[in-house]
Design a protein around this ligand. Structure first.
Ligand code: KG4
Ligand code: ZN
Length: 338
């Protein structure tokens, strides 16, 4: 089955062509237009600018993926597109394009939940992964731990009470004037540090429930930066900035890994999947590997270009779903439930 996957829920416009076979999905081609330069001066995504830029990008992104894969629209078996959650103006560009192509070519199409897409990115490297799996989906908008019964059924185990982990990276980079998006630059900067700065204190919850919170981390970072004159302008070459970046990623990675042993015991999970933009982080990848080895879990973390938002993960999820029964009345949904 040849599937065209489209994704534009935030600030990346991406298309991919995959071939789904008995041994899982194979990536034939992928294109992605980033809007980092557009949003960089604002230190975060400006929804209206993102939506307008997607409109300009969508046609070239789709044509580019088809050309690279040497596939014509008529040869496709299905289109998969992100339906939500996300910024509605951004979602609508690829969602409308998918519908239009499906109508013209008489093709089945399916709307995909963005998080199911992130989960299915792991299928490219691990088609035979044993289930149930603990699935940590961690990005600029989500920090959710699920029990995955298979590649399409997720039960929420715990999530953040406030900010997503990715926001801690983006906001730290903004406060230190390191550029946008923050994750990659904080990662590189932190890796240059021989030692981490002092760790950040983990939040405690009065109700005792296992969950995450990253808003206090942001405030803790702000106080530390304000406490050191000149630090916010010192740049990535400054050893104090590097030590702080290393401390941030060690803190985030250790918090993210903390609940894994207890949930493994509770659920009998046999594998660990980590996906979403923050899964690119080198410290998190290293700690996840050590944790999986310690607990005897099979580990699946997609290669970095498949961790951040992309069309291939949407195609891989869409290949497993039933095509839309209401193809023309169904619409994008900024708050789509899983
Ligand atoms: O999945 P994604 O591309 O978009 C959302 O669905 O949000 O994730 C983007 C997030 C951003 O917060 C970005 O800073 C973070 O992923 N990110 C990273 C790294 N690369 C991207 N965070 C930490 N370390 C990285 N290497
Ligand atoms: Zn995402």
């Amino acid at each position: 089955m040849l599937v065209l996957g489209l994704e534009s829920s935030c600030d990346d416009c991406s298309a991919a062509v995959i071939r789904e076979g008995a041994d899982g999905p194979r990536l034939l081609a992928m294109t992605r237009k980033s809007q980092d330069e557009l949003h960089g001066p604002f230190g975060g995504v400006v929804p209206e600018l993102a939506a307008r830029e997607h409109l300009l990008q969508v046609r070239g992104v789709i044509q580019g993926a088809l050309d690279q894969a040497q596939v014509s629209l008529g040869a496709l078996d299905r289109i998969a597109v992100t339906q939500g959650p996300g910024l509605v103006g951004s979602l609508l560009s690829t969602f409308s394009a998918a519908k239009a192509i499906a109508w013209r070519e008489g093709l089945p199409w399916v709307g995909v939940h963005h998080l199911l897409g992130h989960l299915n990115a792991a299928r490219f490297g691990a088609p035979g992964l044993p289930f149930p799996a603990l699935a940590l989906l961690v990005s600029g908008g989500h920090t959710h731990l699920y029990l995955a019964r298979d590649w399409t059924h997720l039960e929420l185990l715990q999530k953040t009470r406030d900010d997503a982990a990715g926001e801690a990276f983006d906001k730290t980079a903004r406060m230190l004037n390191l550029g946008y998006p923050g994750g990659p630059v904080v990662d590189t900067c932190g890796r240059s540090a021989p030692h981490a700065a002092a760790p950040f204190t983990a939040p405690k919850f009065r109700d005792g429930k296992s969950s995450w919170s990253f808003s206090g981390l942001k405030t803790g970072m702000k106080l530390r930066i304000q406490g050191e004159p000149g630090l916010s302008q010192a740049g990535a070459g400054d050893p104090r900035v590097q030590a702080l970046c290393r401390s941030l990623q060690e803190t985030v990675a250790s918090w993210l890994m903390k609940p894994i042993p207890a949930f493994r015991d509770e659920t009998g999970a046999r594998s660990l999947i980590i996906s979403g933009g923050v899964a690119c982080n080198s410290e998190l990848r290293a700690r996840a590997k050590a944790m999986a080895e310690r607990l005897g879990l099979e580990l699946a973390i997609p290669e970095p270009r498949l961790c951040t938002d992309n069309g291939a993960m949407i195609a891989a999820a869409g290949a497993l779903l039933t095509p839309q029964a209401d193809p023309w009345s169904c619409n994008a949904d900024a708050n789509l439930a899983l």
